[in-house]
Design a protein around this ligand. Structure first.
Ligand SMILES: O=C(O)CCC(=O)C(=O)O
Ligand SMILES: [Fe+3]
Length: 836
């Protein structure tokens, strides 16, 4: 049985089956059987009927699964060929028929119907439809003659999509590779990759091919490259290299190919009506409505050809203003080749699209002066382009009419359309729509911001509420000597605990001595007036400072170690008592003593340390605490380990957020630890020390490891070194005194300085307009020039070229295969793979 007849019988069977069985699975089964039959049927029919490319594709895929590489190649190549042939024939037939039976000519040999009869509308209608019928007949017979029955040249949607994605080349590259046709494998791989630049497997394959002996750079072809695009890109690259003669040649060739491709694209738009979302069964348009629907769909498609032709495989967005840009490049290329007539013609042609373009107008003036204005005036823009624009504008007008009358949407793909082509009403409506959209976007933006703030506040509140409502505390205190003296409840708040017995008297004394010894050794706070109270002095030492002083012998090293160890003990106990799920880290550790200045006690204030919150800025007037820098917002828990009680005053008080209403008071004593959450649930202060010295180890902790105290890690390292048997030399760099703890006070918020951001366009090529601007004027102003045209500097031209080079480079980076060779052939590269 011959394939042609077998296919046709099967096709009939298929369509019958399709109408009888609605089930997809049945259809797939039939399809599979069909493929099998085709595989078994001997190929090489003498029948002119074209084998359906979708079935050939299926046969090839099936052969692939059997690793029958020759068959893959044979059928896939044929599928590609047939698909291309159908495209060409269809476009060809439609173009030929449009020439043979155009609506402007009477149909030959059909008698009186073709001759318009004045005053007889219905007969004129007949004349029109007669032409329609003849055109349809012409196209049908032309296609059937060349391709066979239409059912054989209509592919399924899925297969069409595969062709669009260039999937056949994915199969082909493996098959070619397996049969040792390396050059073809490379070309197929490259062709696939051009349309799928994110396909990593194929990229690996290409890298692999590149390393193989016998593979040439020329093998990396794009078998589906559109000629007009290939020439345009070549023109651009010559242009960037300032090879203007070659650039002009390729741009001219690109134009010829462009108009051919445009004709083909437009002809292919005259296909079947795409119901697209319409319920096929419910479409009940009358004669003229259905003609209108279909025709406007075709026109819409024709308009989109300018976008399709401006698109390049693997490039996300089409080139902007693609067709006009050819003339922009050309005018400058011709100018540089001293071909002023052509430069003028191209400048004038460009101005057909953009009559207001200033640079081009200047250039045209300049070229005209150089050539002689009279002569320049006789040069006309290109007729082909004039016609193209006229036709396109007429189409746009019809489409806009259809938009207004029937709501068939039309989005103009071109940037050069004059404003008044769009009907005024539609223009105003679109303007109003745009404004409304902008307003809505802005309002949504504002709303989103408000919601974000609200959510943020809610989150903060709910964390605080969770803490307030369900304080997590009461865990083990880990050491037998430690007792819980007061819980949150007894301390009238939340996240509070008072522990006793954390360290013993000796340890308290040792630490107090350490504080005084360190203060005598030049610590930053020695003898300084307290930052919090003028009637007290304040001294403080950090763990690292203490360890360094210990290393210098200025203080007993073991006291410094004690400071380190007891603070660690407090950290562990708090972590356990507050039942924390994650670790608590040191944020800052400070051994501090406040001493009353006897002479100043008469004017003493009542607080040694004003009421504050450790991790936010307390605004007591508003009963609020703002968790923002400069507050130490990352602090989560605070603890004060008291060392003595032989002083007067110095009680710690907890208050409400008003900083006045005292909720609890704690009297310091040796070994006592007051632990509490650092947040706004715990505003606190220290009453004035009116006599004696009050010492304590103040500790702040964070749950965020990123904010843990770096000094502490250093101190730990140093301590480790001292405890090691080897006496290690290490640096004795003086450390800066630690900054006093930040004490928030309410100040007027400073005005934010006005910052003007200047962006250097040269350094930021993305900011440059994507519209090409090759229209740089000539480098030198000739003496003959009478016009006031100011030619731009040579540097500007160079800059343009540089920019262009960058643009070309960008393109080649995104589309061309990478060229770097692997340094070693031993690199373990996997053999070409296929991923479907
Ligand atoms: O020494 C105290 O009792 C508390 C000190 C304090 O709250 C602080 O330094 O933030
Ligand atoms: Fe505090």
């Amino acid at each position: 049985m011959l394939l042609g007849s077998s296919s046709s019988v099967l096709d009939q069977f298929l369509s019958q089956a399709e109408s009888q069985f609605q089930s997809w699975s049945t259809m797939y089964l039939i399809r599979f059987l069909l493929v099998l039959v085709l595989v078994l049927v001997p190929l090489g029919s003498s029948d002119p009927v074209l084998e359906p490319y979708d079935l050939l594709f299926d046969v090839a895929v099936e052969a692939y699964s059997r690793a029958d590489w020759l068959s893959v190649v044979l059928h896939m190549e044929k599928a590609l060929r047939n698909k291309a042939l159908i495209r060409t024939v269809k476009a060809d037939c439609r173009l030929r028929c449009s020439n043979q039976s155009s609506f402007s000519q009477p149909v030959a040999g059909v008698g009186a119907v073709g001759v318009p009869i004045p005053g007889s509308g219905s007969v004129q209608d007949l004349g029109f439809f007669q032409k329609v019928l003849h055109r349809a007949d012409c196209v049908k017979s032309c296609e059937n003659h060349k391709l066979g029955e239409p059912s054989f040249h209509r592919g399924t949607e899925e297969v069409d999509l595969e062709f669009k994605k260039r999937t056949p080349y994915n199969y082909l590259q493996v098959a070619y590779f397996k049969i040792n046709k390396l050059d073809k494998a490379v070309a197929a791989a490259n062709t696939f990759y051009q349309a799928n630049p994110d396909h990593m497997e194929m990229k690996q394959n290409l890298d692999y091919y590149r390393m193989m002996a016998g593979v040439q750079e020329e093998d990396f072809k794009d078998l589906e490259a559109r000629e007009h695009m290939a020439d345009f890109l070549l023109g651009k690259s010559y242009y960037s290299d300032a090879s203007f003669g070659l650039a002009a040649r390729h741009f001219e060739e690109a134009l010829v190919e462009y108009f051919n491709a445009d004709k083909e694209c437009r002809a292919l738009c005259e296909g079947a009506y795409d119901y697209d979302g319409y319920n096929y069964m419910e479409y009940h348009a009358d004669l003229f409505q259905s003609i209108t629907d279909h025709y406007l769909q075709v026109l819409n498609c024709k308009q989109r050809c300018s976008v399709e032709l401006a698109s390049s495989a693997g490039k996300d967005t089409p080139f902007e203003d693609f067709l006009p840009s050819h003339f922009n490049y050309l005018q400058f290329s011709y100018y540089n080749s001293e071909k002023y007539e052509q430069a003028i013609q191209c400048a004038k042609t460009f101005l057909l699209f953009h009559p207001e373009e200033q640079v081009m107008t200047q250039n045209l003036n300049y070229y005209s002066v150089v050539l002689g204005e009279d002569k320049a005036a006789t040069i006309a823009p290109r007729q082909e382009v004039k016609q193209y624009i006229q036709q396109s504008l007429l189409e746009k007008e019809l489409l806009y009419f259809g938009y207004e009358a029937f709501g068939i949407t039309f989005v103009d793909p071109d940037t050069w359309t004059p404003e008044d082509v769009m009907p005024k009403k539609l223009r105003e409506k679109q303007k109003a729509d745009r404004e409304t959209a902008a307003r809505i976007t802005e309002e949504i933006g504002n709303l989103m911001k408000e919601i974000e703030t609200l959510v943020e506040e809610k989150k903060k509140d709910s964390t605080d509420v969770v803490k307030m409502v369900k304080p997590l505390e009461g865990g083990a205190v880990l050491y037998n000597d430690i007792v819980v003296t007061m819980t949150s409840r007894q301390l009238n708040g939340s996240q509070r605990v008072l522990l006793d017995g954390v360290i013993n008297d000796d340890q308290c004394r040792e630490l107090q001595r350490l504080s005084n010894a360190a203060a005598g050794k030049g610590d930053g706070y020695r003898g300084g007036v307290s930052p919090h109270s003028p009637s007290e002095t304040f001294q403080g030492v950090t763990v690292l400072k203490a360890v360094k002083l210990g290393q210098e012998g200025a203080v007993p090293l073991q006291s410094s170690r004690l400071f380190f160890d007891v603070s660690e003990k407090v950290r562990k106990v708090l972590e356990s008592y507050f039942l924390l799920d994650t670790s608590l880290y040191f944020s800052y550790s400070h051994l501090v003593c406040r001493s009353a200045i006897d002479e100043k006690q008469d004017q003493c204030s009542d607080l040694s340390h004003p009421v504050h919150v450790d991790n936010c800025l307390l605004v007591s007037e508003l009963n609020e605490c703002i968790k923002e820098p400069p507050a130490y917002t990352h602090r989560d828990y605070s603890a004060i380990l008291y060392l003595n009680d032989d002083f007067e005053g110095g009680e710690l008080i907890f208050t409400e957020l008003d900083a006045r209403t005292v909720t609890a008071e704690v009297r310091p004593r040796c070994g006592r630890v007051l632990g509490f959450g650092s947040g706004k649930e715990n505003p606190h202060g220290v009453k004035a020390v009116t006599q004696g010295q009050r010492c304590a180890v103040a500790l702040w902790f964070t749950l965020d490891p990123l904010h843990q105290e770096k000094e502490r890690i250093q101190a730990e390292d140093l301590l480790k070194m001292f405890s090691s048997p080897l006496n290690v030399e290490f640096s004795r760099d003086q450390q800066e005194a630690p900054p006093p703890e930040f004490q928030p006070v309410l100040v007027d918020a400073p005005e934010a300085p006005e910052v003007s951001v200047q962006v250097d366009q040269e350094l930021n090529p993305d900011l440059q307009t994507s519209k090409p601007k090759p229209a740089d004027p000539p480098k030198k102003k000739p003496s003959a020039a009478k016009t006031k045209v100011q030619p731009k500097a040579k540097a500007a031209a160079k800059q343009t070229i540089k920019t262009k080079t960058k643009q070309v480079k960008k393109i080649s980076e995104s589309t061309a295969p990478k060229t770097e060779k692997s340094s070693s052939k031993k690199v373990s590269a996997s053999a070409p793979k296929i991923e479907l």
